[in-house]
Design a protein around this ligand. Structure first.
Ligand SMILES: *Cc1c(COP(=O)(O)O)cnc(C)c1O
Length: 440
């Protein structure tokens, strides 16, 4: 499907953003938590790509709705979640925090091993937590179309889902390597009424320029971002949506960690001693860990957070902490982050969602301040851990999530009696089974 079927487009006529008035369980968070209120030193600002001066809200207005721009810069500790967004969250939230008893037995550990499972969302990952919020703020400010990029397709599928629920159309540029090897999420996007192109494509100046130079490239998130940003900037009815990295995305994902705080208390645990999350752009890890790190800073708990990245794309463990662009063409603001350089093209590893040259500025700031640690995991080690997890707990983790699983299993083997370990299980891997087949 290369254009939106007219019947599908008609079916996507604007849905109301008004609340339905349905009862929402009190366990669905009412506010997002903002670590920018509690960092001991302020986050370095994003810079204008032309002037290198700190960005001002109008600089971002061509791409984002004002509500999200204000969330990008706010230092308020809590931001209220709109009722319509909470109603959609309540379709799968709170997501389960599960004690991995069987895995504990397999490992022979005395630690208390938990996983927070974001694979229960309709799209199969944590990404709808921000997709729904972003689609909502765009819809209420009158935007009718969103453009975006996607790697393995989880973000594209999540935004497509959110756009279907809130009556927006959606156009997605998917990294060529994943477009070719993982068609099922494209079918998911198309079922929700979105259009998906392989990137680089000949539909944008950025894509054409890249293809002229590297006709056989397997693509990268940086290239796909350039294309989606350009498409939104040229269309007055369209805005752009980013699935990770930016501060407002980290903010939306904090429903994960806030639920964990409540769920651990309900399970009778004093605190999480260590949490492991995989890190591509940093959003599931930030969502899980920021509320816990905030509690460390305000209340003196001692939770340790560990970012788990692939050795094939080691931004935090091998990158430089400096200002860099978020995309290849240099269209985005300059972000202070750990980066491998905007032109870095990682090997086409199975964990497509972890193939990003940079890292969330908030995660980078936390690592730089010593509030978070980072490790790099080999792909084979990650898959081996994914298989151990699947055979013990039955859930097949997303290839991205297996990086957190691997680091946690390694830690659990020597952990102290009663130590509380939480794995961020960012998604399920049922649409990534060819990757498991390649490994097994
Ligand atoms: C996209 C994705 C990731 C990587 O993105 P982050 O922003 O680093 O969370 C990790 N896990 C899953 C399941 C994903 O879909």
């Amino acid at each position: 499907m290369s254009t939106l079927d007219p019947q599908v487009a008609a079916d996507l006529a604007p849905r109301s953003t008004d609340p339905l008035g349905v009862a929402i369980p009190s366990t669905v968070p009412t506010h997002w938590y903002n670590l920018n209120a509690d960092f001991p030193e302020p986050l370095p600002p994003h810079l204008h790509p032309g002037t290198h001066e700190p960005l001002t809200p109008p600089d971002l207005a061509p791409l984002f709705p004002m509500a999200l721009i204000m969330q990008e810069v706010t230092t308020e500790r809590y931001v209220e979640i709109p009722q319509t967004v909470r109603e959609i969250y309540a379709m799968w939230r709170p997501s389960p925090l599960v004690r991995a008893h069987r895995l504990e037995r397999v490992l022979g550990t005395k630690a208390h091993l938990y996983y927070k499972y974001e694979g229960v969302s309709p799209a199969g990952s944590h990404k709808p937590n921000t997709a729904v919020a972003q689609a909502y703020y765009n819809a209420i400010e009158g935007t009718t179309k969103l453009t975006t990029e996607t790697g393995a397709g989880q973000w594209g599928a999540s935004l497509a889902m959110a756009c279907a629920l809130l009556g927006l159309t959606c156009e997605v540029w998917q990294v060529r390597a994943s477009y070719d090897s993982k068609p099922y999420r494209r079918y998911q996007m198309e079922t929700y009424g979105s259009i998906c192109h392989p990137s680089p494509s000949d539909l944008t100046d950025a894509g054409r320029a890249i293809l002229a130079e590297m006709p056989d490239t397997t693509g990268s998130l940086g290239m796909a971002i350039s294309e989606a940003v350009e498409a939104a900037a040229k269309d007055p009815d369209a805005h752009y949506a980013l699935g990770s990295v930016l501060n407002h995305v980290m903010l939306h994902q904090t429903v994960i960690g806030q639920e964990v705080l409540v769920q651990l208390a309900e399970a009778g645990e004093k605190q999480a001693d260590v949490v492991f999350g995989c890190a591509g752009g940093g959003s599931n890890l930030g969502g899980l860990s920021f509320p816990l790190i905030g509690q460390n800073l305000r209340e003196g708990t001692t939770t340790r957070a560990v970012a788990c990245e692939p050795t094939a794309c080691p931004s935090l463990t091998k990158g430089e902490y400096r200002y860099d662009f978020g995309d290849v063409a240099g269209l985005t603001p300059l972000l202070k982050m750990y980066t491998l350089g905007k032109d870095f093209v990682p090997a086409p590893i199975h964990a497509g969602g972890l193939r990003y040259h940079g890292m969330s500025p908030m995660i980078s700031h936390a690592v730089n301040l010593g509030l978070m640690d980072a490790v790099a995991i080999e792909q084979d080690t990650a898959f081996a851990a994914g298989v151990v997890f699947a055979r013990a707990e039955a859930i097949i983790p997303a290839p991205e999530s297996t990086h957190a699983v691997a680091a946690a299993l390694d830690y659990a083997r020597t952990a102290a009696d009663g130590e509380v370990i939480v794995i961020g299980l960012s998604g399920n891997g049922v649409l990534d089974l060819p990757s498991y087949a390649a490994y097994v």
